[in-house]
Design a protein around this ligand. Structure first.
Ligand code: ADP
Ligand code: NA
Length: 331
């Protein structure tokens, strides 16, 4: 029985990785029978930084293929790409006029992505969180499963809903809850354990991509940075050990256990023995998804049909909500 409506998305920016799987896609699959779920490929977010048009089209299909391969059922859930439903852009404009400059100035993701070249960043990158709020609220979604890195953007979505409701004296929008689930809500880079594993870091060749072959996954895990000590006897022992914390969290999430379970299973073990088991587990979980993605990408007609059907269904859900909002605003 559906207990609410879920919206979430992944950017088609290439190199879907273990963090996207554990922080997002895996949870999308788990939630689809308890909620009405709308899963988007957020291509409009992708172009906030330059994307080659042909690569963007391929990457959009690839994210949809990953959704399907991971187990999202396109009859039960809606799978579509953002640019095909104009309500997202229309509502984003309204939210550009609700959100305050000061709110967006505080967004850490913009600061990280714009870096030192702030004056040269696209305006879209700056207002990205307003579009994300529109993605969610165009469907009055009640819950949004995301990785921990999206916490601040979800907070902004809530602020926009509250301000819109207050300014227009309405109860139109829900104050949406983030769902930050599992033992690996922020998968860190295997290079250092202290920066987020991310699609958009071209210099990070330690990133585990969903489509990596078994040997590559095993090699990346073997090479993951560690400290010289045996694994701890208790979770408290992970406190000052970011690499162990990260790798054991990944193991826990992949095996549906808690971090406590994993720590007690490997208490006092050497990293080398643990890494071997982690590699086997990662291959066991990722290889079938990668194989199914390849199968789907070889003949993308099915993926294209799923996206087209999803866009129709999403548009039908968003249309009355957008009409309601336009009326409230005075359009
Ligand atoms: P990226 O940050 O890799 O470009 P997206 O912005 O497309 O990926 O994020 C898609 C989803 O994956 C979001 O819910 C995000 O929170 C989640 N996610 C991204 N990176 C990680 C990570 N390292 N650990 C956990 N979840 C992550
Ligand atoms: Na992200």
């Amino acid at each position: 029985m559906a207990t609410g409506r879920i919206f979430s998305g992944v950017q088609p920016t290439g190199n879907l990785h273990l963090g996207n799987y554990l922080g997002a896609i895996r949870n999308f699959v788990a939630l689809q029978h308890d909620y009405e779920c709308i899963y988007c490929v957020v291509d409009m977010h992708a172009i906030t930084v330059w994307q080659d048009p042909a690569e963007l089209k391929t990457a959009t299909r690839e994210v949809a293929a990953a959704y399907l391969a991971a187990g999202i059922e396109p009859k039960t859930s809606i799978i579509f790409n953002q640019s095909q439903v104009s309500a997202h852009a229309e509502l984003a404009w309204i939210f550009n006029c609700v959100a305050r400059m000061g709110w967006l100035n505080r967004m850490t993701q913009f600061k990280e992505k714009a870096g030192k070249h702030r004056e040269n960043a696209s305006v879209g990158l700056f207002v990205y969180p307003n579009l994300m709020a529109a993605d969610i609220l165009a469907y009055k979604a009640t819950h949004v499963p995301v990785g921990d890195d999206q916490r601040q953007h979800l907070e902004l979505c809530r602020d926009i809903a509250i301000k819109f409701n207050f300014d227009y004296k309405t109860e139109c929008f829900p104050v949406t809850e983030p769902l930050i689930m599992g033992a690996a809500t922020r998968v860190m880079s295997l290079r250092d354990g202290t920066s987020k594993m991310s699609k958009s870091d071209p210099s990070d060749n330690s990133r585990i991509n969903i489509t990596d072959d078994a040997d590559t996954i095993a090699k990346k895990i073997r090479r993951a940075k560690t400290d010289p000590h045996p694994l701890p006897e208790s979770v408290e022992g992970l406190a000052e050990r970011p690499e162990a914390h990260n790798l054991m969290g990944i193991y826990a999430a992949l095996s549906d256990q808690t971090r406590e379970d994993v720590v007690s299973a490997f208490a006092g073990a050497q990293f080398s023995a643990f890494k071997q088991q982690l590699a086997d587990l990662a291959v066991e979980k990722l290889a079938p998804i990668a194989a199914e993605m390849r199968r789907l990408m070889d003949a993308p007609d099915h993926v294209d049909a799923v996206l087209a059907d999803g866009a129709d269904r999403a548009a039908a859900l968003a249309a009355p909500i957008l009409a309601e909002v336009k009326d409230i605003v005075g359009f």
